[in-house]
Design a protein around this ligand. Structure first.
Ligand code: ADP
Ligand code: MG
Length: 437
């Protein structure tokens, strides 16, 4: 096939994928290259590992559908790092470790305002000179205020540097699960050396350590080993170290040894700038007037700000129209009408128990089988999305579970919503049923 045809095919595929799934489309998709199109396999080259991972996790289905629509053949799609680009890299900026980084979460895409200035500046400093400035660096703030984004940005920042730094970045839940597995398999020494020999250890959501005494003990020794060797430690939590009630005092005091930086909810100007930045990332241009309108309308966390942008974008795509203020008002106005009705957790539980044919008592029990855990986590996810109850209040409906359990359930289902079409369909159906009840 002529090069011209191939290039055009890829451009068409990307265009179609973007319109099929505007939420996950990004401006940098235009930089994708066609590596191979042969024997039912289309291999697409991405700028780096994190973008290939992003496409694989979020966009495989739409790319596959697009290529099949365009070519009329059954073709499978694979994303890799483009060799072409790899050759143009210097040895210094080639990744030396495998990290699952979100390509969107960089310092460039992070909007700095009074609410997050210290957290941002300290992360930049750490990425310039790990181990030398703030150690440990402890970021805290409510959900959706950019903690995880900053951690990814630190990793991206370090990855660009010429020095050879080994980095381990994981959620606290992964740390705890890895620790449990290591004990079960009698591989504790391996586990310990994996964590104690890195130059930088970054752990997200350390509130997950609460009430997990053995993991706390293990983490305590990991912390000491790294700290004593002047290795960088970066941690996040949903509250300040002193407010983590069931965490050992000796850990809390260590968390305060370096810099503790709080992230607050952004003000109007920062919210406006964030909407513009997010739109830009998706290759959209949005007027200041509309960005300001969204920022006035959505005041809670930034994820919801992005959600509003997505609704507006999807509405414009669906009606094939430009994004105007009227369209934005119409798109978000509808949402308001829906959210005005007060939805109770009981209604959510009723819908979910009926849907999965489980009993409320099971959801409130300590049972951990998949057939009970999934509906329980879905209830928590929906309660968080559709009601204004706090994490503690939601946990209270499910046998007095604490806020970190609810947060964990929320994250898990949110991930499934992103990656698993059948869960997404179930969630949409349940949401509709609940809203229309
Ligand atoms: P947290 O870890 O604090 O719960 P995240 O880092 O997951 O929050 O952020 C939620 C969303 O909000 C992400 O899409 C992130 O990119 C975005 N976000 C948060 N703060 C900012 C900011 N200052 N600038 C740009 N995007 C932001
Ligand atoms: Mg987070």
């Amino acid at each position: 096939m002529a090069t011209q045809d191939i290039t055009e095919i890829l451009a068409n595929i990307v265009e179609r994928a973007k319109s099929l799934d505007p939420v996950n489309s990004r401006k940098w998709f235009d930089e994708l290259v066609l590596v191979q199109f042969d024997g039912g396999l289309l291999e697409i080259g991405c700028p780096d590992e994190s973008s290939a991972q992003f496409l694989h996790d979020n966009c495989l289905a739409v790319f596959t559908q697009s290529v099949q629509n365009i070519t009329g053949h059954l073709v499978s799609v694979k994303f890799g790092v483009s060799q072409q680009r790899q050759f143009s890299r210097t040895s210094a900026d080639r990744p030396r470790w495998s990290l699952k980084l979100h390509p969107d979460y960089t310092f460039e895409s992070f909007v700095v305002g009074p609410c997050n200035r210290l957290a941002h500046a300290s992360c930049v400093a750490v990425s310039h000179s790990p181990g030398d400035t703030y150690n440990p660096l402890f970021l805290y703030g409510n959900v959706g205020l950019g903690k995880t984004h900053l951690l990814h940005a630190v990793c991206h920042g370090i990855r660009k540097k010429p020095f050879n730094t080994s980095i381990r970045f994981l959620s606290c839940e992964e740390f705890v699960n890895g620790f449990i597995r290591a004990i079960e398999q009698g591989k504790l020494a391996d586990f310990q050396s994996r964590f104690r020999t890195v130059d930088i250890l970054i752990i997200d959501d350390v509130q997950f350590l609460q009430e997990r005494e053995q993991s706390q003990e293990e983490f305590f020794h990991t912390f000491n080993a790294l700290y004593n060797n002047r290795k960088q430690i970066v941690l996040t939590a949903d509250c300040a170290p002193g407010e983590l009630p069931s965490l050992e005092e000796r850990l809390i005091s260590r968390f305060k040894w370096g810099l503790v930086a709080r992230l607050d909810a952004p003000g109007y100007e920062t919210r406006t700038a964030i909407v513009q930045k997010k739109a830009h990332l998706r290759g959209l241009s949005i007027s200041e007037e509309i960005a300001g309108y969204i920022a006035r309308k959505v005041k809670s966390n930034i994820r919801e700000l992005e959600g509003a942008l997505t609704i507006i974008y999807a509405t414009a795509k669906a009606s094939d129209s430009q994004i105007t203020l009227e369209l934005a008002q119409q798109a978000l106005g509808d949402q308001d009408v829906v959210s005005e009705r007060h939805i109770s957790i009981t209604e959510i539980i009723d819908a979910v128990t009926e849907y999965f044919d489980v009993r409320l008592a099971d959801l409130q029990s300590k049972k951990r089988s998949q057939s009970i855990t999934l509906p329980r986590q879905i209830c928590m996810y929906l309660a968080r999305n559709l009601t204004k109850h706090s994490l503690e209040e939601i946990g209270g409906h499910f046998g007095g579970r604490d806020h970190s359990t609810v947060l964990h359930a929320y994250g898990k289902i949110q991930q499934l919503h992103k990656t698993d079409p059948s869960t997404r369909a179930q969630l949409n159906e349940l949401t509709e049923t609940i809203k229309q009840a």
